[in-house]
Ligand binder design. Structure first.
Ligand code: 3H9
Length: 707
């Protein structure tokens, strides 16, 4: 028996306990341990039935995801779970699987091989493999339709979303919900079924449906997946695999599933999504901050500024159950802010996202105010006033005066220096940036900007708080635009250059949407407001280096009052529902302006569009990494996936560059450098890695950047 699995007994009932913290993944040693235990149980006449249970906080969260990389690089042959599952199912004595926490992926497959399943009410069951670009690979697509029916199996394997114990019971995945002690309940259940014939999931066919019913289920599922999970391999393969369960014997179906699983496992999509899974967990690990660093308890908060961002941030706190003050300078602005919040909540209720009662509870947690009167009582304040240094400094002077010592003073600035803001206070160690993305109550990303004096406690607290708020917090350094917006500049610059050089706005957006971006860069500009960038460009014009090319078409559109969606016209025209349509006038304007500027237009391919926009991101990302404003390349990937609509199945911009090959990316950037001048100067780090044949992922951890 391995250390990971224990065999004990309780008066004729054998207990197999899996102990592989933190989530009892089926790492090497676990399947072997279960198998050995079954052998012993088979030989022990005193045992009448077996309970299989997870030790610690959960049952089994799936195969060990770390093993997949070893399998694709030929270092491991994988868990080989199928024979173990057959052995469980063929066991002469009934096996009762007792579930708490999560039975996910291989854990769910393990549970389905048992003869019965019992669970606590809080347990969750799911086949989330698709979220890793995979399909269930241990007969999940074959056993689940036999238990839960074809439609439910398709839904669970294609969406990857779990069901709770109650739903699992309703669909026949679970046989009994145990109220009270799970192990005791499972043992009692085992005594009830001991000595009776044990049902084998694989032999059940009554829920497999008729050919006609199934044909409809599969065709609807394929159509929906093609639309909602555009460009993704795994959902389509999951449907193929469940279909195999309906038209092949079990063993054949398993072989078909294996083939499809292997196809997915070796795909770039799966490698990218697995990279995203681990990177999302890596972001919270900060090399110079010890694990045991104390955090500051955040039980109440305040937001200064009730505009779009401030109101959204207040909602984020209220949604997470944290009471929040919302301060404005005058009553009219405060009323406007509150009205927007109320209408956002009303919309959510109308769309069925949550009940009226929940909306009211959330709203009650937001206390509007015109003064700093209650500020001494809060643990954290987020300033979200208009983006101007003078105003922000004034606010921070006030906060320094009124807030209690130790309270965190955060700024939602998207561009300004946190150190300069902090310098106006007597406690720069308590000052930090918390850059939310619009709409703050929807977007998952939170850039946490570490100032040179921000204390470790404040940094760790903000990283933890991000989790509490349902965000993914990424620590970044204090440079202009921080990480996300600093990279977004060159990306959008290239999109505009491409239009000037002859690509239509639609062609630019389409190429990037085809790549998988949630939205093209020009349509994104229309959404955010083209005037925002225009104002910034005017303010920083004095910093432009003479002789370096600058895009000009977007500024001209702004001069015509075309600010994007809010004015009904920008790169596109919009109806009163803000639906976009292409606007031939834009093409005409551009041709005229470009001709005046002496630029000769040409045919531009979709490949050039994506290369120029994406490699502009990569080149700037490499500089950021080298300068230490991001800790790891994977942190940049997480920022782009969660804040900028970069497709997760491409792993983020830096991972995408690794996948393409840094030498190829570097060579292409050198080509652009020759064609378009100094803005394409390759980042030294990129050059170095390309020459050494290395990747961003490799250096991520050794970079030791300061962020
Ligand atoms: C599969 O099963 C394929 C099969 O069909 C069989 C094919 C043969 N493996 O998320 P957390 C680590 S595919 C390895 O922060 P939570 C995680 O990295 C798999 N490691 O906790 C983290 O490590 P660290 C299908 C894993 O409480 C630590 O555990 N299953 C695995 O917020 C804590 O994780 C899935 O896709 C794993 N399977 O959430 C489930 N899972 O502390 C994936 C977690 O060093 N897992 N770790 O950063 C989850 O969804 C969540 O982790 C879970 C817990 C909900 C379970």
């Amino acid at each position: 028996m391995t250390d990971l699995v224990q065999l004990t007994s309780d008066n004729g009932i054998a207990l197999i306990t899996i102990n592989n913290p933190p989530v009892n993944a089926l790492s090497p040693g676990v399947p072997e341990g279960i198998s050995e235990a079954l052998d012993k149980i088979a030989q022990d006449d005193s045992v009448k039935a077996t309970v299989l249970i997870g030790g610690g906080r959960t049952f089994v969260a799936g195969a060990d995801i770390k093993e997949f990389g070893k399998m694709t690089s030929g270092k491991s042959r994988g868990a080989g779970l199928l024979p173990l599952l057959m052995k469980i199912e063929d066991s002469a004595k009934p096996v009762i699987v007792a579930v708490h926490g999560t039975a996910f992926g291989g854990g769910m497959e393990l549970a389905m091989a048992g003869h019965y399943r019992v669970a606590v009410a809080s347990a969750q069951f799911g086949q989330p493999e698709v979220k890793l670009g995979l399909i269930p690979g241990a007969a999940g697509t074959q056993r689940l339709p036999r238990l839960a029916g074809v439609a439910k199996a398709v839904e669970m394997c294609v969406s990857g979303n779990p069901v709770n114990a109650e739903e699992a019971l309703r669909f026949g995945i679970v046989d009994r919900i145990i109220n009270g002690d799970l192990l005791a309940g499972a043992v009692a259940f085992a005594r009830e079924v001991a000595g009776k014939p044990a049902p084998k999931t694989r032999e059940r066919i009554e829920r497999l449906g008729s050919a006609t019913e199934n044909a409809l289920i599969f065709s609807v599922a394929r159509e929906t997946a093609a639309k909602k999970q555009r460009g993704l391999l795994a959902p389509a393969r999951a449907i193929d695999a469940v279909e195999a369960a309906t038209n092949m014997p079990f063993e054949e179906g398993c072989k078909a599933e294996q083939k499809l699983f292997i196809e997915c496992l070796f795909s770039d999509q799966s490698k990218s999504l697995i990279h995203v899974f681990f990177s999302e967990r890596e972001v919270a690990k900060i090399p110079d901050i010890p694990k045991e660093t104390k955090t500051i308890s955040v039980r109440s908060a305040a937001v200064v500024g009730a505009g779009t961002m401030g109101g959204g941030i207040a909602m984020v706190f209220a949604n997470a159950g944290i009471p929040v003050l919302l301060k404005e300078a005058d009553q009219a602005a405060l009323d406007r802010g509150l009205a927007t919040i109320q209408s956002n909540y009303a919309n959510s209720v109308k769309r069925g996202r949550f009940s009226q009662q929940i909306a009211e509870e959330r709203l009650k947690r937001i206390t509007p105010t015109l003064t700093y009167g209650d500020f001494p009582n809060v643990d954290l304040v987020i300033e979200a006033v208009f983006e101007g240094m003078a105003l922000k400094k004034e606010v921070f002077k006030d906060l320094d005066r009124v807030c209690r010592p130790g309270a965190i003073l955060a700024s939602n600035t998207s561009t300004l220096s946190i150190d300069e803001i902090a310098s106006t206070t007597s406690r720069p160690e308590s000052v930090i940036g918390t850059h939310f993305f619009s709409p703050a109550n929807v977007m998952r990303l939170l850039e946490i900007v570490r100032g040179k004096s921000s204390s470790k406690e404040v940094v760790v607290t903000c990283l933890q708080l991000a989790k509490t708020l349902g965000k993914v917090g990424v620590l970044v350094g204090n440079c202009r635009g921080f990480v996300g917006n600093r990279m977004f500049g060159p990306y959008r610059r290239e999109a505009q250059f491409l239009v000037e050089e002859g690509a239509g706005a639609e062609a630019v957006d389409q190429a990037l949407a085809d790549f998988g971006m949630a939205m093209g860069p020009l349509a994104t500009g229309d959404l955010a407001g083209l005037d925002v960038g225009w104002r910034i460009r005017k303010e920083y014009r004095h910093l432009e280096v003479p002789g370096i090319r600058q895009p000009f078409v977007e500024d001209r559109l702004c001069e015509l009052g075309r600010y994007g969606q809010k004015t009904g016209a920008g790169w596109y025209k919009y109806d009163d529902q803000r639906r976009a349509a292409s606007d031939p006038a834009v093409g005409e304007f551009v041709r005229k302006w470009v001709e005046e500027a002496g630029v000769v237009q040409r045919q531009i391919s979709a490949a050039e569009i994506t290369d120029r926009c994406l490699y502009a991101l990569v080149n700037e990302g490499a500089r950021i990494l080298e300068e230490g404003f991001a800790l790891r390349a994977s942190d940049i990937d997480i920022i782009y996936i969660n804040g900028y609509g970069f497709p997760a199945h491409r792993g983020g911009p830096m991972w995408h560059a690794d996948t393409v090959g840094l030498k190829r990316v570097y060579d292409r950037i050198c080509e652009f450098h020759r064609q378009h001048g100094e803005i394409w100067q390759p980042a030294p780090l990129l050059k170095q890695l390309a020459e050494q044949g290395r990747t961003f992922a490799e250096i991520g951890r050794e970079q030791g950047a300061t962020a």
